[in-house]
Design a protein around this ligand. Structure first.
Ligand SMILES: C[S@@+](CC[C@H](N)C(=O)[O-])C[C@H]1O[C@@H](n2cnc3c(N)ncnc32)[C@H](O)[C@@H]1O
Length: 435
């Protein structure tokens, strides 16, 4: 990771502190980064800002424990940005392993730039101590709110420790090669030429996994649509839907369009309707399709209320990539653990059930509904599908193979970090033919 100790380097630390503080105050990390990154010129500085924010938030329990024992007097309510800057400083010295001198001086300078000249000495002293002593370990579950920790421990008693530990690790970059444009081997050669190390996975025909941090828009062919970013677990969804050529497919919660694109890259003959309730996110589906010269019908609508948009023509396949707690992708969205409330889970499971019931009615007898979430909670997954099957006599769960993870009720669950992949749940539901 390059370090720039000039003004730009200080600016990156200032932006990082402001973004982390905003996330602590309830803003989403994605929204904060979307607002901040365009203010930074250099692509390496943008990558550094992201790396600092992600690491600080993933490791915040450990960093906060160190602060608690090292600070003579706890930080006050008005010290949010300073607290965030200290976390950003720890991230640079700890997981990111930046050269200490430059990281330290830019971070101390950032304290001054944040209007805290009187606390710059304290920042310097704390960061020097971190450099000398290292940041002591804490249990990886310490970042998780108690109620959620208990749920995971009760749902996955044998795997809870691994879920917490893997969720604290940086996620790899997964690419999906657009085989309409070039083969995976041909793209892999391009990466070879750049000297980048990567892994290919026999189970995922379009996937390439890069474990070292790289800026995706600096990769060859990104702007030309040769590759997209998509986790391996999300790439498996296309295998689970497996629609027939020219069939009519509904992608009911489509934005930003990763799975829509994948399905169409595999088979542009699909008659695909991509729906999302969020107009701005749906716009991104349109942009992604245009970037690749693919076509789908797009519609901004509530999938749970088909009366408002459905034309009466049944679908052969329905993909319900449902809104969920995102507890399987904490390594990519560490702010989930700061923002998720216990009451959210009941609201989400009710919405998922409503979506399942509404969309089922639009499915052709003999057709398949693929239910997927990036959650690890059984309420949203195994128990959600068990309840659906119990109240839906014409639904039949079809087996998915072991690539999809642990058997979990009528579906399968990949847990975070397994095979380098995100936590994901899949259930394949066939509508029985009328007798
Ligand atoms: C997990 S994300 C989908 C990701 C997407 N399938 C992809 O692969 O890029 C869930 C999506 O559901 C959408 N959503 C939530 N409630 C919805 C509803 N009632 N009807 C349609 N879309 C909804 C959200 O706006 C969000 O874009």
């Amino acid at each position: 990771m390059p370090v720039n100790s000039s003004q730009a380097g200080v600016a990156v630390r200032v932006f990082a502190a402001k973004a982390i503080d905003a996330v602590y105050r309830g803003r989403s990390l994605k929204a904060e980064l979307a607002a901040t990154l365009p203010k930074i010129h250099d692509v390496r500085d943008r990558a550094l800002l992201e790396a600092i924010c992600f690491t600080a938030l993933r490791q915040r329990a450990r960093y906060d424990a160190a602060l608690k024992s090292w600070l003579q007097k706890p930080l006050g309510a008005k010290d949010g940005e300073l607290h965030a800057l200290l976390l950003a400083g720890f991230a640079q010295l700890d997981e990111l392993q930046l050269p200490a001198h430059a990281a330290l001086s830019a971070t101390v300078e950032a304290a001054r730039a944040l209007g805290r000249p009187h606390q710059a000495g304290m920042v310097n002293a704390i960061l020097r101590r971190a450099q000398r002593e290292g940041l002591p370990p804490v249990d990886a579950s310490a970042t998780w709110p108690q109620w959620l920790k208990r749920k995971i421990e009760s749902d996955w008693p044998a795997f809870a420790g691994a879920i917490f530990a893997n969720s604290a690790q940086a996620a790899p970059l997964w690419l999906r090669v657009n085989r309409r444009k070039l083969s995976r081997d041909a793209y892999a050669e391009k990466l070879d030429e750049l000297g980048l190390s990567f892994t290919v996975d026999d189970e995922l025909p379009e996937a390439i996994r890069i474990d070292e941090p790289v800026a995706v828009n600096a990769l060859p062919g990104f702007a030309e649509g040769e590759i997209s970013v998509q986790d391996g677990s999300a790439q498996l969804v296309a295998d689970a839907v497996a629609p027939a050529a020219q069939s009519r497919v509904l992608d009911a919660c489509a934005a930003p369009g990763g799975k829509t694109m994948h399905l169409l890259e595999r088979d542009a003959s699909l008659r695909l309707l991509a729906l999302d309730v969020d107009a701005r996110r749906l716009q991104r589906v349109g942009e992604n399709l245009a970037r690749n010269g693919l076509h789908a019908e797009l519609r901004q609508a509530d999938a749970a209320d088909p009366a408002g948009w459905w034309n009466g023509e049944f679908f052969d396949s329905v993909l319900l990539d449902a809104p969920c707690s995102a507890t399987g992708i904490v390594r990519r969205q560490p702010d989930v653990l700061l923002h998720r409330r216990e009451a959210d889970i009941a609201a989400l499971t009710a919405l998922q059930a409503k979506l399942l019931d509404s969309l089922w009615k639009l499915l052709q007898p003999g057709g398949v509904l693929l239910y997927a979430t990036c959650s690890v909670l059984k309420d949203e997954n195994e128990r959600q599908i068990d309840a659906f099957l119990a109240r839906t006599p014409d639904a039949l769960a079809e087996p998915l193979d072991a690539r999809f993870g642990h058997a979990s009720g009528a579906g399968r669950q990949c847990l975070p970090g397994e095979g380098g992949r995100d936590g994901f749940f899949y259930a394949r539901l066939r509508k029985r033919l009328a007798k």
